[in-house]
Write a protein that binds this ligand. Sequence first.
Ligand code: XMP
Length: 416
Amino acid sequence: MKQDMFVILDQGSDENAALARRVRAMGCYSEIHPHDITREELAALPGVRGVILSHGKNTLPDGSAPVPHADALTLYPTLDAPCSDEALRTFLFDTCHASPTWTTENFIDDAVEQLRRQIGDRRVLLALSGGVDSSVVAALLIRAIGDQLVCVHVNHGLLRKGEPEQVVRVFRDELGAKLIYVDATDRFLNKLAGVSEPEAKRKIIGAEFIDVFAEEAAKLSGIDFLAQGTIYPDIAESGTKTGKAVKAHHNVGGLPEKFDFELVEPLKYLFKDEVRAVGHALGLPDSMVYRQPFPGPGLGVRCLGAITRDRLEAVRESDAILREEFARAGLEGKVWQYFTLIPDFRSTGVKDNARAFEWPVIIRAVNTVDAMTATIERLDWDLLDRITYRITHEVPGVNRVCYDLSPKPTGTIEWE
Ligand code: XMP
């Protein structure tokens, strides 16, 4: 390992992740570990220079406060948090003599070496959705093991305009990945036909995804590993070994439970912006690395009610127009999430001097830090005008555009 590491002992503080980030911002790698880590477990971690005790208010199920193993703390110098930046810096570099070795390049070198050691000459399977995390995992594994990686891209027909094509172009044509492309659009839309309840739609999409992926996996032989784009926020909040789990996390809708594969999770200690930096350094296009969040069920939850092909195409086309106009207005990467959705009712309008009983499209543009609450982006009126004109003139079957002004709460970001 090229990197010095600091261990943050989780004693129930809300500040653990922020503290881990502060240490990394100073150039040192950090990991959060449960307060009850033993001396042996701590000694087995590579490159540890010091331990930071992050104090919190949580209590364990038996009512006691989480306290670290005293003998574990005798191994390395310790620092109590919260602490000032100055105190933290003094601890890292003067007390513990760490070097600021935490860089994207060092991470990639270490991860490649570790992956090669873990995988050897065996093969790895990856569900490549085209999202940031799975794309970066793919790029890292291509660097580490080349064509021992098999990617499966399941197009459920609910992706944004141009996305499946981009996945194939970037990974198969440019990076030379072994990529199996499955167009399962008809299969998903047939299963979803007539289903209007949002959670039922989500369940069908999730279950169908696993079925399609499992069928593709069954056609392959000699695969030992399943790669996953788990990232640090997915696991950093999971509490302590003995204490409460703050949140139960699982990834890719239950894939690991379904398969008897060993897991490969090369991003599991990275925060989102670090994942993006790794993707950028590995040569992935910015449109993939810096893309806005997009839900797993995709346009399936933006085509409200029972999905129909005409409305699905209308939401896909209007979303593409919205994104194009946002990019032209310099708003790409500045607004947290923006998209269109289409309800399942029509309204009266006029087109070409005739009555047009057609669908409305709704624009959503929100800003948030953690998606728990959100505010509305105050879009420029001329921009809204332009988007409205284009959508109502270029997207078949749409005669109105509305702009949703509801923050979260009381709205959620998605409508379903
Ligand atoms: P809400 O609508 O709950 O959305 O305010 C918060 C964030 O979560 C995304 N979202 C989802 N992501 N599967 C996902 O992977 C889902 O079923 C899902 N539902 C909402 C949403 O896009 C927003 O960023």
